[in-house]
Ligand binder design. Structure first.
Ligand SMILES: N[C@@H](CCC(=O)NCCCC(=O)O)C(=O)O
Length: 250
């Protein structure tokens, strides 16, 4: 049986109207590397009541997005001028992450998704990693061709015994890098799964062996089947969803 994965949408204006959308590369990766059925979840405001749907899902997947979480969700700092926000997505994802954790639903989160997981569970973010202390600039050069933007950019050190060290079968891996924000304080219920050479937290998991929740700052969905490490991340998510579905049925 195929696993059903909920994918919260971005809310974006196209022309005169608002649309609810998710990037196709994420949906394809879920189908091709996790053999899952992705189901889009609109981000209306106020948020829809997704509690009954969560009973039917086998997993939750949080995509990346160009928008940034509004800082009032994690600090009293003002947002900087020109910062792009999506308050409808914030309202949807922050509550769904907490609901998913409450019920043990497997979660895989990418880039903005990692930032949402950390904020939903009580952590905080740097609004501009490249202006915060010792960190490198983790942003892509938007003038580069896409294959360069999403190409391997730096190594990450993987926590021994973690989900990612198992997926890579190694203690380091190369990843891409396309983000301006990043984790400042790790949420109390999360542990670090990977760090960049400058010390920035690049991946976290739930500090409990009872539930699969993995969040990564890079983009494993990019050409997922061409990169064995990226493929294994989606396979680990698929295995967790199957185990969860089978347990639900008993
Ligand atoms: N805006 C945040 C998150 C970055 C991110 O998720 N980028 C994704 C871009 C589009 C895509 O590939 O889906 C930040 O800058 O930190």
């Amino acid at each position: 049986m195929q696993n059903w994965v909920g994918v919260p949408c971005d809310r974006k204006q196209v022309g005169h109207h608002y649309f609810h959308m998710a990037g196709e590369k994420y949906l394809r990766a879920l189908r091709e590397a996790a053999d899952a059925l992705p189901l889009l979840m609109p981000s209306l405001e106020p948020p829809l009541d997704y509690w009954p749907l969560l009973d039917r899902l086998d997993g939750l997947f949080l995509t990346g997005a160009y928008s940034n979480i509004e800082p009032h969700h994690y600090s009293d700092e003002a947002s900087y001028p020109g910062n792009v926000h999506d308050p409808a997505r914030d309202a949807t994802t922050l509550s769904i992450v907490r609901a998913a954790v409450e019920r043990g639903l497997p979660v895989l989160a990418v880039c903005r998704g990692l930032q949402e997981v950390n904020v939903a569970l009580g952590g905080s973010l740097y609004q501009k990693v490249h202006e915060a202390g010792p960190f490198a600039d983790h942003r892509e050069n938007t003038a580069d061709p896409l294959d360069v933007q999403y190409g391997l950019a730096h190594p990450v050190a993987l926590t021994p015994g973690g989900i990612l060290a198992r997926a890579a079968n190694a203690d380091t891996a190369m990843v891409n890098s396309l983000h301006g924000q990043g984790i400042r304080d790790v949420a109390p219920s999360l542990v670090v799964e990977a760090r960049a050479p400058d010390g920035l937290v690049e991946a976290v998991r739930l500090d409990s062996n009872k539930q699969f929740l993995l969040a990564v700052q890079w983009h494993p969905e990019w050409k997922v089947l061409e990169n064995p490490f990226y493929t294994q991340i989606f396979k680990a998510f698929a295995e967790a969803m199957t185990a969860y579905r089978q347990h639900k049925a008993t």
